[in-house]
Structure formats: C-alpha cells, structure tokens
Design a protein around this ligand. Structure first.
Ligand code: GRF
Length: 187
C-alpha cells in the first residue's frame, strides 16, 4: 500500500477528494496530512477521517524539511493541495519526482510567489483571458515552476467573476487531481 502525504493549509476541499478517492483503494492511501496552520479546515477533515496530522513550523521546515518525520510515517508520495510555503531543497532531494502540486490556472502564466487563491482568478479576469484551467506539475525549488504533468482548460466568459471562476476551477481540480495522482503512482 503506497502511503501518500497531502500538504494542505487551507479549507482542504482537494484533500477531501483525494482522501475519498483512495478510501477503498488496495493500492494507495492518504496516510498523513501536513499542515502549517492549526486553524485550517483540512485538520477537521483529517480528524474525522482518522488520518495522521503533522503540524509544522517554518524554521524547522526550512532547515530539515521534516524529512525524518515523513520517513518514519513511510511516506512515498507527496501531493500539495493549497500549501503555500516554498519547499526546501532537502525535501525535494529526498523525494525525487515524487512531489506534485496543483495550480488554479494555466502555468506558466499566472503563477509565482503570491499567485494563489483569488489573486490568480482576479489576474486572469483582468487580463481578459478567454480561458483558464488547472495545472498539475512536479515541484521544484521555485514557485509553480516544475515540469507540467497535466492541464485542462475551462472557458472564461464575460460575466465571470472571481467567485464564479474559482468555482469552475475547483470543480476541475476535484475531478482531475485524485485521478492524476493515481495515474502517476501507477506509472
Ligand atoms: C486550490 O485551488 C489549489 O489549486 C491551490 O490551493 C487551492 C486549495 O483549495 N493550490 P482547497 O483547500 O483544496 O479547497
């Protein structure tokens, strides 16, 4: 059974979908939620689902990447889902090709530091883009920069607001992220 860690520090709607996707899987399981925010909604999901939680602190994360803790949980794959800190090199080197992220726009556009949540959708609408979408990509030491694995688009219409676009994007994320994680794990 492959053990997945989800790094999430927000509401956790993607974490929820990933947990549900692997709930009855004989292949992989969400074994750990890693979180830097003790008030994050994702922690309630973890507790309701009886999933281990590792609450992390910035300085220790920067210096150790919590590699020994992840290792002692037997983690083999990491999916970021609403995790905003840059990953330290020590962590990326410990899990080569085993860390992925989902970004709520079509990278390489609308990515980088500070480009998360509604800031992304706002920028897409202000740029009068005709389409947006999601990007699933490997994680390297730069924000939103690693090799792209998968993208899917949705139209941006004239009457779209930040909220309506966010909703469309969340639906795409929920539909595709768990399935892509499974594909990568089985590859
Ligand atoms: C998602 O939109 C994802 O693209 C981004 O962070 C958001 C997390 O949302 N990386 P949620 O906490 O999963 O609802």
């Amino acid at each position: 059974m492959k053990k997945i860690a989800i790094f999430a520090s927000g509401a956790g709607s993607n974490a929820r979908q990933i947990i549900d996707h692997f709930k009855n899987s004989a292949y992989a399981t969400v074994h750990l939620i890693v979180c830097n925010n003790p008030a994050a909604g994702v922690l309630q999901i973890a507790s309701a689902e009886n999933i281990n939680v590792l609450l992390i602190e910035k300085n220790k994360f920067k210096s150790t990447g919590y590699v020994s803790e992840l290792n002692s949980y037997g983690i083999e794959f990491i999916a970021l889902a609403g995790f905003l800190w840059k990953l330290p090199e020590v962590l990326i080197e410990f899990f080569p090709g085993k860390i992925i992220n989902i970004h709520p726009a079509l990278l390489p556009a609308f990515g980088g530091k500070g480009m998360y949540g509604n800031a992304v959708h706002n920028a897409v609408i202000n740029a009068k883009e005709k389409q947006s979408g999601i990007t699933i990509h490997y994680v390297d030491e730069k924000y939103d920069h690693g090799k792209i694995i998968y993208q899917v688009t949705c139209p941006v219409t004239n009457d779209d607001t930040v909220e309506s676009l966010a909703q469309k994007i969340h639906l795409l994320e929920h539909k595709h992220y768990p399935a892509e994680i499974e594909k990568i794990l089985r590859h």
